[in-house]
Ligand binder design. Structure first.
Ligand code: MG
Length: 438
């Protein structure tokens, strides 16, 4: 009704200027009017289209890309993408992000002046520009990942929508989190108590690491075959933690890709009685056939992929059925939409996704948006139990994990804001802090 009244008034206004319209053929908007008017004003029409979107939002332009570097659980590269309208987006990358600042500076030249809402276009443009410069993975893709996440945050802020909404909407309101714990040594007098504290925090899943480079039972520092005594130690640690935890709490075990296929098969077999949530990377994920051999040899579920990049890195893994669960790291594998695409590929093989995640609450919440949007999400890693204070102080919203779950905020973008005063205490010395040309 209101629209009809508006049309009537506009028709009267146009008619009074000498144009003939009726309510059925009259254009809906000023843009349509300018195109359809008998006395067309093509130059003005072009000008209007250049300055606005179909919904009359002013067109954004990227003006700058700046960085900050922080030491939290490892290295964090924070990237902000700025626009001509004061809106910016914040992204974060880790691990292979070390050394990524010069790459971000180079990408800046491809971003300034562009519309930041064309996220996939900008991502693909930078990726394909680097085909001969290492854009198949590693630092190149990780630096691009930080920018991609910043662009999603920016898009959400510009449109007033949370990122999960832009990724297809929510499958779930909250995201299950597992706690990576170093409390797995039976001889540690505090281990049992610390595991009980993790349970009391509400976590429904825990992960421990059983690889040990300094194991005294190791005969050779370089050889990757675990001795009998090493395998016994691993089994005892799993047995100890399993015995400490409530039965309903899931247990995952990581070997960090530090062993050979023989050891991987043996450990996977020995751990079968514990019904693990998964055994992670008994061998590196770079040889898909070796991973598949281990998977086929055991009923222990095998999880891998934290060091794989892009859809291309996961294609063969999925095609060869080499993993029961995949674990892309959203802060290095290509970003939020790339992870959504990887997860969708995995879903066609009925493979769940348990993302690797060691970043700050900024990157963590960005990951949570994807976890909320994909059907085959299993559980999201959290690795800050020994750095709780920095974790809680990192964003202005405070603690984002409640009783072992992250609830998705409805705020625009990622939905958290870095608390710079607190985070600067962990800034890497002599590095820029979101300064121009940083
Ligand atoms: Mg791992």
């Amino acid at each position: 009704m209101r629209q009809a009244v508006r049309k009537s008034r506009t028709a009267i206004a146009y008619a009074s200027r000498g144009f003939r319209y009726d309510l059925f053929t009259m254009p809906e908007t000023r843009r349509h009017f300018l195109r359809a008017a008998p006395l067309a004003l093509p130059a003005l029409s072009v000008a209007v289209q250049a300055q606005s979107t179909p919904y009359s939002r002013p067109r954004l332009k990227i003006t700058d890309v700046r960085t900050a570097q922080v030491r939290g659980h490892g290295y964090q590269l924070h990237v902000r993408v700025y626009t001509d309208q004061g809106i910016y987006g914040h992204g974060e990358a880790t691990d292979s992000a070390a050394g990524g600042v010069p790459l971000v500076r180079g990408f800046r030249n491809m971003l300034v002046g562009q519309d930041p809402l064309n996220i996939d276009y900008l991502w693909e443009r930078i990726r394909t520009a680097g085909i001969f410069a290492g854009a198949q993975g590693g630092q190149y893709i990780t630096a691009l990942t930080a920018i991609e996440i910043a662009l999603w945050d920016l898009a959400g802020r510009a449109m007033g929508l949370p990122v999960y909404q832009l990724l297809g909407g929510k499958m779930r309101n909250r995201v299950r989190v597992y706690c990576d714990s170093a409390n797995h040594h039976p001889d540690d007098p505090l281990a049992k108590q610390k595991l009980a504290e993790i349970e009391a925090m509400g976590f429904t899943a825990v992960k421990i690491d059983i690889d040990e480079a300094r194991d005294p039972n190791r005969f050779d520092a370089m050889n990757w075959t675990a001795s009998n005594a090493e395998v016994d130690r691993m089994v005892k640690e799993v047995d100890f933690v399993r015995g400490c935890l409530n039965k309903r709490v899931d247990l995952a075990v990581d070997m960090h890709g530090r062993y050979d296929a023989t050891t991987g098969k043996r450990v996977a077999k020995e751990l079968e009685p514990f019904n693990l949530l998964w055994l992670e990377e008994p061998v590196p994920a770079e040889n898909i056939d070796a991973m598949r051999d281990i998977r086929q040899s055991t009923k222990t579920p095998i999880c891998c992929g934290e060091n794989l990049f892009l859809r291309h890195g996961f294609r063969e893994l999925l095609e060869k059925r080499a993993a029961d669960i995949i674990m892309p790291d959203m802060q290095k594998c290509g970003g939020l939409l790339e992870t959504r695409k990887i997860a969708d590929m995995a879903h066609t093989y009925y493979v769940p996704v348990a993302p690797h995640c060691v970043v700050s609450p900024v990157g963590y919440m960005a990951s949570a948006h994807v976890c909320a949007a994909i059907p085959n999400f299993l559980v999201l890693e959290w690795h800050w139990i020994s750095r709780l204070q920095l974790w809680k102080d990192f964003v202005k919203e405070g603690e984002i994990i409640q009783k072992g779950f992250v609830t998705l905020p409805d705020r625009p973008g990622i939905g958290v804001e870095m608390n710079e005063e607190a985070v600067r205490k962990a800034q890497i010395p002599n590095t820029p802090w979101f300064e121009e040309k940083s």
